[in-house]
Write a protein that binds this ligand. Sequence first.
Ligand code: SAH
Length: 212
Amino acid sequence: MYEEERKQLVELLKKKGIKDERVLDAINSIQRHLFIPDVIGFHAYKDTALPIGYNQTISQPYTVAFMTEALELKRGYKVLEIGTGSGYQAAVLIHIGMKVYSIERNFEIYSRTQKLFDRMGLRAAIRCADGTLGWEEFAPYDGIIVTAGSPIVPDNLLKQLKIGRKLVIPVGDKQTQSMKIVTKISEDENDIKSISSFAFVPLVGKQGWKEE
Ligand code: SAH
């Protein structure tokens, strides 16, 4: 289903500057409509964020592709995701050969996505917790991706990242954020690139926004 729509989406992402063939192949293969509510299934291959309930969203395909490409991943890397949500971003990471550890703070979303992954045979370690604290047990990671907007770059996440590797995180206010691509140079030195104009739902937690 929706093969043609997926192809068109891939063409659009190429035009918008996505070059990583593995990422484009993942977008071409993964059935995004299975990660969103049935009633809006026909919107799945538009390049937009969509509601998934509980005031949360599935990220825009361009953003998923952009962040995945920015991590500069190699097969078999261990990647930590904060904000599992629908599970689509995690599915992209799995498709390109990553070992995925993902944290979701909302219990309903967490259990729904865990069930979806079981049904689809997608293998990832998913946990219900505050992701701003990271996931110490499996650290250090070869890449960390935060898919909710944060007021700061949480120290815990930087601590759990391998030297030489990248953390990709939207940082800003609650309305708009710029994407920070943080490369950990040494234990106390980072290189940060910043790309403006992204919009994510807030990262809520000890090193994120306070719950309202
Ligand atoms: N990667 C997701 C995007 C989901 S939106 C996807 O592909 O669909 C962001 C998600 O982050 C929401 O589900 C929200 O509940 C979750 N979230 C917000 N703050 C969090 C935190 N501190 N730890 C873990 N998850 C968090």
